[in-house]
Design a protein around this ligand. Structure first.
Ligand code: IPM
Ligand code: MN
Length: 360
């Protein structure tokens, strides 16, 4: 298969981790005879250094013409903690999501048998966790009108959802539930918010077309508790933009490191793949960042093009690296491996057909 991939390394550890993801995609291309072509483009603080714009037109053009986008991370400390800054690196990513209409953000959360003890939660609580968050990504309070009054005594953020915006991600989430354990949980604040009540109405209506799926509702505050009390109860979680952002970071605690969580952001025309972690500025350039979230995002990219065997091959290699403790400091404090060496191990593991060296 020929794929044109836009490569957006972004800020902080973004370039280091995406470099490893490309290494793994190249190993897959070599083994399965695919042709993956990459076009690099600037975004975030890295792009702002060039001409002040966190999403240059050139980058948007490259992304709209690509089959898929592989994204690193965004954000730089100089732009944080400045409440007066009206241009921030994050706006590059938010605009990109909006412009490409990447409305469905899919974030799988699972645990690995060999690293259950790495979680801050009890082993018996996290064991067997396997759920996926469907987070709406291009609407809600993130994209509603925002204003601060002239005297700076009042500020407003508006949260709006249309039935159409709710319906399209809801269908995707139900379809996902159909191919999984047939359970869907809508998480909202329907006891307080009008938008949540519209979500409930639409989701209830749509559920009639998916009679095999068990539908549940949870308030976001209760869900925050349940996620860490009993994560195994969840299969597909469906939620709006802001709640999805908060709950997915919380969910990363379950697997032991946020450096393990991948995501796909799907639109009608194209899709973007990125780790859920941020730019981790303190680790920048140190070759210690966990590349697995980025590598697993590359596996989701392959899934998107129905290259299931290839994606599975990456996941098996990742599992092996965790099992053998060939991991970065977030998972392996004492005898850790560098970002590059984790990537090298995975690439060798994929390309070594007999797996003789590592005695699979
Ligand atoms: C994420 C991030 C972004 C978000 C930031 C960088 C704007 O936290 O992808 O989850 O809030 O959506
Ligand atoms: Mn987030």
């Amino acid at each position: 298969m020929n794929l044109n991939i836009a490569l957006l390394p972004g800020d902080g550890i973004g370039p280091e981790v995406t470099q490893q993801a490309v290494k793994i995609l190249n190993a897959i291309a070599e083994k399965y005879n695919h042709n993956f072509k990459y076009t690099k483009a600037a975004i975030g603080a890295a792009a702002m250094k060039i001409n002040g714009d966190p999403l240059p037109n050139e980058t948007l053009k490259i992304c709209s013409e690509a089959d898929a986008i592989l994204f690193g991370s965004i954000g730089e400390p100089v732009h944080d903690h400045d409440p007066n800054a009206n241009i921030r690196p994050e706006q590059g990513l938010l605009r990109l999501r909006k412009e490409l209409d990447l409305f469905a953000n899919i974030r799988p959360v699972q645990t690995y048998e060999s690293s259950l003890h790495k979680s801050n939660l009890k082993e018996e609580v996290v064991k067997g966790t396997d759920f996926v968050i469907y987070r709406e990504l291009t609407s809600g309070i993130y994209f509603g009108e925002k204003k601060i009054s002239k005297n700076e005594q009042e500020a407003t953020d508006t949260c709006t959802y249309s039935a159409k915006e709710i319906d399209r991600i809801t269908h995707l989430a139900f379809k996902a539930a159909k191919s999984r354990r047939k359970k869907l949980t809508l998480i909202d604040k329907a006891n307080v918010l009008a938008t949540s009540r519209l979500w409930r109405k639409r989701v209830q209506e749509i559920s009639k077309s998916y009679p095999s799926i068990q539908l549940n509702f949870l308030y976001a505050n209760t869900a925050a508790m349940q996620l860490i009390l009993k994560p195994t109860q969840f299969d597909v979680i469906l939620t709006e933009n802001l709640i999805g952002d908060i709950l997915s970071d919380e969910a990363s605690v379950i697997s032991g490191s946020i450096g393990l969580l991948a995501s796909a952001s799907i639109g009608e025309k194209t899709a973007l793949f990125e780790p859920i972690h941020g730019s981790f500025p303190k680790a920048k350039g140190k070759n210690i960042a966990n590349p697995l979230a980025s590598i697993l995002s590359a596996a989701m990219l392959l899934d998107h093009f129905q290259l299931y065997d290839e994606a599975e091959e990456i996941r098996a290699a990742v599992e092996k690296s965790i099992e053998l403790n060939i991991t970065t400091p977030d998972l392996n404090a004492t005898n850790y491996f560098s970002t590059t060496n984790v990537g090298n191990f995975l690439s060798d593991f994929i390309l070594d057909d007999e797996n003789t060296f590592y005695n699979k």
